[in-house]
Design a protein around this ligand. Structure first.
Ligand code: SAH
Length: 218
């Protein structure tokens, strides 16, 4: 039997609270990020049949051979970018179903999210519509070249793995800007790039697993 709607909403909120507690136990400390993870109903970003797994700490399929990122990785990447500074104007490359863009919208001043697969972008638009986030803009575009018309960005977050840091993304960082991206073909690691004037400092961080960053649109 299907539970009444109110129970379902309550159950989702409890599942989300448990997810946030798990994120804490996994080492996420940034209260702003944890609050944002509590705000976004992740079950609305996955297909109905997978909603019961929406608050598990796992990536899930969203169609077109793509996935919604694992909650821990979303929280961790935003926490790493946020460390000690405001996210400001943020570019997300690889919006997928729009989940991370929604989380970012509670932490960053402005979010520009691009996705190369049109039906996924449409899905993201639909998913975000009900949340009514005033500070998110979505675009169907190849984000491997950044988003020149909206650059520069204080922060850039890439949700797909690349063999090397795309030069265009570095160039679109504002002074003092930071970029986080999974790098590697087989084994991938998060790389944090910080811009200081004309020079860039790169730090290699933890191992991750992302779908590949592709070029062009479809
Ligand atoms: N941010 C998503 C993760 C989606 S998976 C979330 O919240 O869960 C990564 C996405 O990156 C896929 O949808 C894929 O189509 C997209 N992608 C890969 N290469 C891209 C590119 N060059 N430009 C824009 N999107 C890209």
């Amino acid at each position: 039997m299907r539970p009444p709607l109110a129970d379902t909403a309550g159950a989702a909120m409890r599942a989300r609270a448990r997810m946030v507690e798990r994120l804490r136990s996994q080492g996420v400390r940034d209260e702003r990020v944890l609050a944002a993870m509590m705000q976004v109903p992740r079950h609305r970003f996955v297909q109905e049949g997978l909603a019961f797994r929406a608050y598990d700490d796992t990536a899930l399929p969203i169609g077109y051979q793509q996935t919604i990122s694992q909650p821990f990785v979303v929280a961790r990447m935003i926490e790493l970018l946020h460390a000690g500074r405001e996210l400001g104007r943020t570019l997300e490359v690889g919006a997928g179903c729009g989940y991370q863009a929604a989380v970012l919208s509670f932490v960053a001043a402005e979010v520009f999210a691009v996705e190369r697969i049109r039906p996924l972008l449409d899905q993201a638009r639909e998913n975000l519509r009900t949340l009514r986030r005033p500070n998110v803009r979505l675009k169907h575009a190849d984000g491997s070249v950044g988003l020149p018309e909206a650059a520069p960005f204080d922060t850039i977050i890439v949700a797909a793995a690349s063999p090397a840091v795309p030069q265009a993304l570095k160039e679109q960082l504002a002074p003092g800007g930071r970029l986080i991206i999974p790098i590697g073909a087989g084994e991938q690691r998060l790389v944090l790039v910080e811009r200081h004037g004309g020079s860039f400092r790169e730090s290699r961080l933890e191992a991750v697993r992302f779908v590949p960053l592709l070029t062009g649109t479809e």
